[in-house]
Design a protein around this ligand. Structure first.
Ligand code: ADP
Length: 176
């Protein structure tokens, strides 16, 4: 099935999709940025579900993804994934971990049998991953996954919050 990739310039909590992806931290206990916004708008059920997962599994390793209720958000689920903190060292490994976030989130979304998913620009806020590089990794990881697996996802949205990321994604999309 063909999957459409889209770019939007929005607060991800306002997106009408089946799954909203959260750029969480390893504790799953909430934070600032997009994580703060998702918990604020989604309400306390999301944190309660994260705490159960944390009790069972401990910290979530970088690159991995877990799903919870979406609480009061319009989505069916929130997928929490942990992006790498940019250090400027071992860039191939950093890129691999960021690609894992997108791949593992899509795989989880496929297991949940949903049709649409929205991603924030993982790691490009307080985790300081260079935005252009992060966008290239994100788009490539998603295209690779969709080429490799038969997915029932009809729509993948890259939701850019800041203007700089939005410009970068628009440029990369116009280049094909
Ligand atoms: P990280 O720790 O992974 O860097 P941040 O939340 O600090 O996570 O930033 C990740 C990206 O999320 C940044 O590009 C930031 O502009 C964006 N962002 C912040 N708030 C929102 C929001 N409400 N909706 C969508 N994206 C957001």
């Amino acid at each position: 099935m063909e999957t459409t990739l889209l770019v939007s310039h929005n607060d991800i909590t306002a997106e009408k999709v089946d799954i909203i992806v959260n750029a969480a931290n390893r504790t799953l206990l909430g934070g600032g940025g997009v994580d703060g916004a998702i918990h604020r708008v989604g309400g306390p059920d999301i944190l309660a579900a994260c705490k159960v997962i944390r009790q069972e599994r401990g910290d979530l390793p970088t690159g991995q993804a877990v799903a919870t209720t979406a609480g009061k958000l319009q989505a069916k689920y929130v997928i929490h994934t942990v992006g790498p903190i940019w250090t400027g060292k071992d860039i191939p490994a950093m890129k691999g971990l960021l690609a894992d976030c997108y791949r593992n989130s899509l795989s989880l979304a496929d297991n949940l049998r949903v049709e649409s998913i929205a991603f924030p620009n993982i790691s490009t806020g307080v985790y300081r991953f260079p935005k252009e590089l992060a966008a290239e990794v994100a788009i490539r990881a998603i295209k690779r996954y969709l080429n490799q697996f038969s997915s029932q996802i009809k729509e993948v949205r890259f939701v850019c919050f800041d203007a700089e990321n939005h410009e970068i994604y628009q440029k990369l999309f116009s280049q094909g």
